[in-house]
Design a protein. Structure first.
Ligand code: PHE
Length: 338
């Protein structure tokens, strides 16, 4: 029986290496391992083997089984590898793919902010920051806004239960900056502002502003005009006309609204883009009460401040008709501005 097993094993090995393809190999497998296969018959034959011989024959049978199984798997693996390399022959794996890999891009608001920061940095303005949740003092009182001013109304401002509020403008950062650093101060502060506005094509309840503040000895209205004219010409093109129209803000005196007119702007009309003015002495005095020093004595320092809506500027520059498009994040729209 041992000899029989050995010759069966030799025969099977020859047939496995001779099998020319996967189908032929499968036939060999069935011949030996199938239910009626030679190994099954050998198993049957074990019954006739004497008790003394049985362990040796059983051991040999197991060895043959294991050995042949391994050989069958190897040969099958060779066929798979051959099939795969045949399928790949003629394919140049170093060629670029046929599908473009979609890449992201910066949101138009981010692009505008980057350009804006760049322009002001060239004029020596540093970035400043402040909290979105602030108190009435920083948002209104210190900014010379009277207690009965409509902006303080619960209809216009989001108040928290503890009396704090979501800042209605980034002008809070003027105060926070002066509280913590002495003049000269030359900062811009981009950030979110919040108002209880009905959301429509030109209003969001949360929007983006950029505040500017320049305080030093002898800062004049000419500095204000020169700085902002330069900024808007950089942004809209050198042929841009910039107009300062008298206006009122509680925290600046005199105050202006800025209009621009440019070929870059659709239908070439004057369009309002910013508020600005010379820092009101009352603002310096409010800062002084907190600082408890004379660093911002209105007799020794002057300054200008400005603020504008980044969303509005982005709409003008992109020609988007509806401010909500800036926050919906529809990639089909945004991809046009990459
Ligand atoms: N804070 C004003 C606004 O939100 C803009 C402004 C800033 C005006 C600074 C003058 C000076 O409309």
């Amino acid at each position: 029986m041992l000899a029989e097993l050995q010759s069966l094993s030799d025969q099977a090995q020859t047939e496995i290496s001779a099998a020319g393809d996967a189908a032929a190999l499968e036939a060999v497998r069935v011949k030996y391992f199938g239910r009626q296969g030679s190994l099954a018959q050998m198993g049957e034959g074990m019954k006739a083997v004497s008790k003394e011989e049985r362990p040796a024959v059983g051991k040999k049978l197991n060895e043959v089984r294991q050995n042949l199984t391994a050989l069958l798997e190897d040969r099958a693996g060779q066929f798979t590898a051959e099939r795969e390399s045949a399928a790949l022959s003629g394919v140049d794996l170093s060629l670029p793919g046929t599908f473009a890999v979609p890449t992201g891009g910066l949101h138009p608001l981010t692009q505008l902010l980057d350009r804006t920061v760049q322009i002001f940095r060239r004029m020596g303005f540093a970035l400043a920051d402040g909290p979105d949740i602030d108190d009435e003092w920083h948002c209104f009182d210190a900014l010379n806004t009277p207690a009965d001013h409509p902006a303080r109304n619960e209809q216009d401002t989001f108040y928290l239960p503890d009396g704090r509020l979501l800042r209605t403008h980034t002008s809070t950062v003027q105060i926070r900056t002066m509280e913590t650093q002495p003049p000269p101060v030359r900062i811009i502060a981009p950030g979110a502002a919040y108002r209880r506005d009905e959301v429509d094509a030109t209003h969001l309840a949360q929007f983006n502003q950029l505040e500017g503040l320049y305080v030093d000895a002898n800062v004049s209205l000419a500095d204000l005009k020169g700085t902002l004219e330069f900024f808007f010409r950089e942004l809209f093109g050198s042929g841009t006309a910039v107009r300062f129209r008298p206006h009122f803000f509680p925290f600046t005196e005199p105050s202006f609204e800025i209009d621009v007119k440019s070929v870059a702007i659709k239908n070439g009309a004057w369009i309002e883009v910013a508020g600005c003015g010379m820092v009101d002495p009352a603002v310096f005095e409010a800062v002084g009460t907190r600082r408890k020093d004379a660093a911002y004595d209105p007799e020794t320092v002057t300054g200008f401040a400005f603020g504008f809506g980044l969303d509005r500027l982005a709409m003008i520059l992109t020609g988007l008709p509806d401010v909500r498009m800036l926050v919906e994040n529809d990639v089909r729209l945004l991809a046009q501005f990459h």
